[in-house]
Each structure stands twice: as structure tokens, then as C-alpha cells.
Design a protein around this ligand. Structure first.
Ligand SMILES: Cc1cc2nc3c(=O)[nH]c(=O)nc-3n(C[C@H](O)[C@H](O)[C@H](O)COP(=O)(O)O)c2cc1C
Length: 211
């Protein structure tokens, strides 16, 4: 089994990395493979709503010069995904937003590539804006029929300079609890295959409230 951690920070080894590593320790204890995939360090194009992914149906965005298409396939191949971002102006980082907008648009247009995968979310913050940013990450999870693993608080870990987040023992604990719950959910899903039927996907109804 494998978990991929999406790191939306511009700092490869900043507090978001520290937080992901706390989850990674739990996965290592449980013999689950864990890889961190950085999306915050080089420019990521935003979604232009061109809908080429819906027409081409090739699981790809037509913008090919950044990490999005590689990230989509890594997430598709994983059993679990942790979405992790630093808080930037009380929201997720710009790169993380661009990455997730395009990845989830492609995933939705190609039959729900992340449906029923186990998901967790966390943010690293100096002071405030953490809960708003977690909510932002949760929107992608709940939009796409992922199975959300939760902790024993909201997954906000505090720190300013790199590594400071490791001093936030309460923040670290809720990330550990989330990681442990991810492992449990992934095993339930794996062991349920062929035993408990998955619900069939619904054909999505689209309304825009004008007509
Ligand atoms: C552009 C930018 C905006 C930020 N906005 C906030 C904010 O709204 N609230 C806050 O508490 N910290 C804010 N911070 C601080 C970071 O959230 C904090 O230092 C975090 O630990 C960084 O994680 P990282 O080391 O993984 O990049 C901001 C930092 C940057 C670079």
C-alpha cells in the first residue's frame, strides 16, 4: 500500500514537510510506502477552464510544462493521499491551489480518478488562518467522493521558520491520529474488495440556477 503526500510549500524542508514527516513516521511503523511530492517549488499554471481534459479523456491537462500531470498519475496510483499546504494569507498556497484545481478538474472529467481513495489534509501556519485553509483542502476531498480520514482536532500545525512545527506537540498528535486513521481506512477498503460492494457512481447532475 502507498500514500502520497502533496506538499504545497515553496520550502522543500519547511514546516509543511515537517508535518508530512510526522505522518510519514506512522506510515513507516505500519509498513506503508510514503512519498512526498512537491508542487510548491516551481511555478504551476492555474486552470483556464478550457475543458480539453473533458474532451480528450486522456487523464491529462493540456498544460504539460509543470508537475500537474505527473502528480495526477501519482495520486491515481496511490491508496491514500495527504494534501498539505502552508497557510498563505489565510488560504492554501497559490501553487497548491493551481495544482489541485487542475488535478481535480482532470480527475473529475476522466471518471473520478481519486474516487474512494483515502484522504487526509493538513496545514502549517505561523499564527492564524489555519482552519480556513484546512476547509479549503477539504473541499477537494468531499467534492470527489474520497474517504476522509480525520484527527482529534483540526490538522493545523504551528511554526514560522523551518522545523519549528515539530515543537507543536498537540498539532503533531492530531496529524499522527489522522495518519493512523488513514492506515485503518486503507486496510478496511483493501480487505473489503470483493466482500463489500462499492456503490455505483452516479451520473453527475449539473445545475447552474439560471435555467
Ligand atoms: C506569502 C505568505 C503568506 C503567509 N500568510 C500567513 C497567514 O495568513 N497566517 C499565518 O499565520 N502565517 C502566514 N504565513 C506564514 C507561514 O504560514 C508559516 O511560516 C508556515 O509555517 C510556512 O510553512 P512552510 O515552511 O512549509 O513554507 C505566510 C507565509 C508566506 C510566505
Amino acid at each position: 500500500m502507498k500514500v502520497i503526500g502533496i506538499n504545497g510549500s515553496p520550502h522543500g524542508e519547511g514546516n509543511t514537510f515537517t508535518a508530512l514527516s510526522i505522518a510519514g513516521d506512522i506510515f513507516a511503523q505500519e509498513s506503508i510506502d510514503f512519498e512526498i511530492f512537491n508542487v510548491g517549488m516551481k511555478a504551476v499554471q492555474g486552470c483556464t477552464g478550457c475543458n480539453a481534459c473533458g474532451k480528450n479523456k486522456n487523464e491529462q491537462c493540456i498544460f504539460t510544462k509543470d508537475v500537474v500531470n505527473e502528480g495526477i498519475q501519482k495520486m491515481k496510483a496511490a491508496d491514500g493521499i495527504i494534501f498539505a499546504s502552508p497557510v498563505h494569507f489565510s488560504g492554501i498556497s497559490g501553487n497548491m491551489k493551481s495544482f489541485l484545481d487542475r488535478a481535480f478538474y482532470v480527475a473529475g472529467a476522466n471518471g473520478g480518478l481519486f474516487r474512494h481513495k483515502v484522504a487526509g489534509a493538513l496545514v502549517a501556519v505561523r499564527r492564524s488562518g489555519g482552519v480556513a485553509s484546512i476547509d479549503q483542502l477539504n473541499h477537494y476531498i468531499t467534492y470527489s467522493e474520497m474517504v476522509m480520514a480525520t484527527g482529534n482536532y483540526w490538522n493545523v500545525i504551528h511554526g514560522r521558520t523551518a522545523g519549528e512545527a515539530s515543537q507543536d506537540t498537540e498539532g503533531a498528535q492530531t496529524i499522527e491520529v489522522t495518519a493512523a486513521n488513514m492506515v485503518w481506512l486503507m486496510r478496511l477498503i483493501e480487505n473489503g474488495k470483493g466482500v463489500v460492494a462499492e456503490p455505483n457512481p452516479y451520473k453527475k447532475v449539473y445545475m447552474h440556477f439560471v435555467r
